[in-house]
Design a protein around this ligand. Sequence first.
Ligand SMILES: *Cc1c(COP(=O)(O)O)cnc(C)c1O
Length: 430
Amino acid sequence: MNVQHENQKLWEHLEQLAEQAEGLAAESFRSVERIAERNQWKVIEAFQRHNVSDFHFTGSTGYGYNDRGREILDLVYADVFGAEAALVRPHFVSGTHTISCALFGVLRPGEELLYVTGRPYDTLHKVIGKPGDRTGSLQDWGVIYAEVPLQEDGSLDWQLIEQAITDKTKVIGIQRSRGYDWRASFTVSEIENMVKRVKALKPDVLVFVDNCYGEFTELLEPTQVGVDLMAGSLIKNPGGGLAETGGYIAGTASAVEAAAYRLTAPGIGGEVGAMLGTLRLMFQGLFLAPHLVGQAIKGSVLAAALFEELGFVTKPRWNEPRTDLIQAVRFGQAEHLIAFVQGIQQAAAVDSHVVPEPWDMPGYENAVIMAAGTFIQGGSLELSADAPIREPYIAYMQGGLTYAHAKYGILTALFRLVESGLIVIKPYIT
Ligand SMILES: *Cc1c(COP(=O)(O)O)cnc(C)c1O
């Protein structure tokens, strides 16, 4: 048999495996679709309540005073997230910048930020910094920082948390998504319990949630269950694949105002900031976000089902509840991990000819390999995969603006792994 024919047979076999996995996951797919539908209606109702109109899509220039579209966008976000206020801006350069503004807004020298979900996401380490590091980090400014590691089983260590909360504790930090850690993500109902428990220990504490990758994966958001402040990136879930840049903060009116003073300047806050041409895509992206998040999650469920069938360990497993986009697959070997990520890139509509290699990305501690053949640079509601090159070589994949793209991306990656002899598919007989 010639190579081409051989490859065609393998490809068809992998398509069949994917169809089997789809059959297995049918029930999970249906529940993802239900959530997407209800969140779609939740967003539309918020648009309606605020009389969103065509003229709100025209952005201001210069100072951006009285930009009605910007004001309405903030109100719509606050409404969707069940928060008193929101600040949605293209002026946030990334999720990290958004989270940084939120934390600097509410913390003062001598006050403590206590992360109760273990070590936060890599890029936040430099925001937290070290005392006297002269980078303008939180600790450089005299904010106190502490974290309580998660227990072996991934749950919170309440014994240590109780001991760690003191007079100085001002903000409790919670990271909803796994980030680059092999742990479970925290569901909104788990976050609700955390809020109740920390507030019982110290009623005046402010609870902050890093909500990156979480938006619209469940029916409720953290600010609807007692969280005071949360932040996320618009090139992830809530931007709906259309927002070209930016972030959002939602929470109590006073905390959001404090963050706005950080983003611009004290006394100016959210009252200025030209939106230029960004508004329509931000509104339309929010409108599309619930559906696209559903498509992406179906892709993640498929990846889990398929790779589990092939004997890999995945997190979450295909039939476990989801509270973010991220699907972790443990490859165990660097070669496998790299081939997988390269396969995801190879299946992209944009930059499919580029072969990603590990590189030392600013803000990350290990070399990282990323597949990001995306319309928006680094946009990770789009099909993408990231992996720090460290043991046990876990790939974190997420996104897919359409389920079909996610599916064929996973198949392309799998094909690459099988074709190169890195993994062997057992029932496959040529
Ligand atoms: C993506 C992410 C961030 C940071 O966002 P960037 O846009 O990459 O700066 C922070 N926390 C979590 C959990 C994330 O997933």
